[in-house]
Design a protein around this ligand. Structure first.
Ligand code: HEC
Ligand code: HEC
Length: 365
């Protein structure tokens, strides 16, 4: 609420400047005060907290040095800054502040004030809300191990993650979505820098100031690279026919998919339990549930298969399938078929291989 604060300071000044104005300033100030109070959902100012990795560092001076570097580059909760963008861009910084307001209204209960996935509701949820501070995102259109593109995050926020508590925000304004996504990127980049520095501080027991610019550059480069790393399919999308789904099923059994997802795609295999990068248990998706987490479009499924899913045991199949690119589309056809199966019965009519339609919005206004 910086604007209303500024107005208040101005009206206070006028108290001393023009005695007559005093008559008006009291009611105006009272009105502004109550506006400020009712407009604010929290009594306390927002604060970002450091991760456990930092608080567990034994040396206080080192901890302080680390926090200082992080704040210098990503600002504070009062003045968020994006590491990969110019820090002096006034309009962009205002836009980030707006993103923070949207975040504190619609995302914080799950993703937490600092973006560590530990919001109030998180303990009741599975899968857990994403901890952005590792800078790892699952549903990207970029090669395995890469950062997401901004568009990927926008798409996730718009469509939600079907079958999890992540809602779809498909009715809020573009301006709000763009701003909140940029704010998520602030939290992710900040967390990433903090994580890298904490690992270094733990291993070396010091942070050599000479090397700090490299850590920062790494974060910047990774996010900049993602902007131009959109994965295009190796071959254009063909018609996804029953015949293709049949071939896809064969590939599913012969290329190792069934080892994790089971012969029938339901994931009921003995060894189907793993850990993700956030330390939570995870299992190969039940592809028949009609709830593909990473999007229902053929291209979404294609990218999951080609690139794998960051932070999870789902591997990318680029190296093993790039010599037979049609197989990837066959697998897409098969995945779509099984994912539609519960909806349409075991046989789906030709030409009906449409993505599952999620129906009405789940977003609560
Ligand atoms: C009710 C809880 C809840 C709310 C509210 C919520 N999320 Fe999520 N969010 C989740 C969960 C759970 C996941 C993890 C899904 C998964 O792992 O498949 C997630 C994942 C994400 C991801 C990661 C996607 C990826 O590719 O890895 C992003 C980005 C995200 N949420 C952004 C937001 C934003 C922005 C808001 C507010 C506008 C928001 N979320 C509100 C629960 C929530
Ligand atoms: C090593 C085990 C493993 C293998 C092999 C594997 N997967 Fe997966 N797969 C997973 C896991 C685990 C997930 C869920 C990741 C998550 O969201 O936590 C997954 C998710 C997926 C998804 C995304 C589902 C969604 O909800 O969007 C698709 C599609 C998929 N796998 C297809 C395949 C195909 C096709 C193959 C073979 C070419 C394959 N997988 C091989 C483990 C595996």
């Amino acid at each position: 609420m910086p604007t209303s604060n500024n107005v208040r300071i101005d009206s206070e000044r006028s108290i001393y400047g023009k005695p007559l104005m005093r008559l008006f300033t009291i009611p105006i100030a009272t009105a502004l005060m109550s506006l400020t109070l009712s407009g604010c959902e929290r009594a306390e100012p927002i604060r970002w907290t450091s991760s456990e990795l930092v608080s567990e560092l034994p040396d206080e001076a080192l901890r302080e040095q680390l926090v200082g570097i992080v704040n210098e580059n990503s600002g504070s909760a009062r003045e968020p800054r994006m590491i990969s963008e110019s820090k002096d861009d006034f309009d962009f910084n205002l836009h980030l502040k707006h993103g923070q307001q949207v975040y504190m209204k619609r995302c914080v209960q799950c993703h937490g004030v600092s973006g560590d996935g530990n919001g109030e509701a998180a303990k009741y949820l599975y899968p857990k809300p994403r901890d952005y501070t590792r800078g790892i995102f699952k549903f990207t259109s970029t090669p395995y191990g890469n950062k997401p593109r901004r568009e990927d995050l926008i798409a996730v926020v718009r469509r939600g993650v079907t079958g999890t508590s992540m809602p779809r925000f498909n009715r809020i304004k573009d301006k709000d979505v763009n701003a909140v996504v940029d704010y998520v990127m602030v939290l992710a980049q900040r967390g990433e820098l903090e994580y890298q520095l904490a690992m270094e501080a733990e291993a070396a027991e010091e942070l050599d100031e000479d090397f700090i610019p490299e850590f920062i550059e790494d974060v910047v480069n990774r996010w900049q690279t993602a902007k131009t790393s959109l994965t295009q399919p190796l071959t254009p999308q063909p018609e996804l026919t029953e015949a293709r789904a049949k071939q896809g099923r064969e590939a599913f059994l012969s290329k190792g998919c069934s080892k994790c997802h089971g012969d029938d795609g339901r994931g009921h295999t003995k060894d189907n339990i793993g850990k993700d990068s956030w330390g939570h248990a995870t299992r190969a998706a039940d592809l028949t549930s009609g709830m593909l987490h990473g999007g229902q479009e053929p291209i979404d499924i294609y990218r999951r298969i080609l690139n794998g899913i960051n932070g999870t045991p789902m591997p990318g199949f680029k190296s093993s399938l790039q010599s037979e690119p049609e197989t990837i589309w066959n697998l897409v056809a098969y995945v779509l078929e099984v994912s539609n199966r519960r909806r349409y019965g075991t046989k789906i009519p030709a030409g009906l291989m449409k993505p599952y339609d999620q129906g009405a919005s789940e977003e609560t206004e």
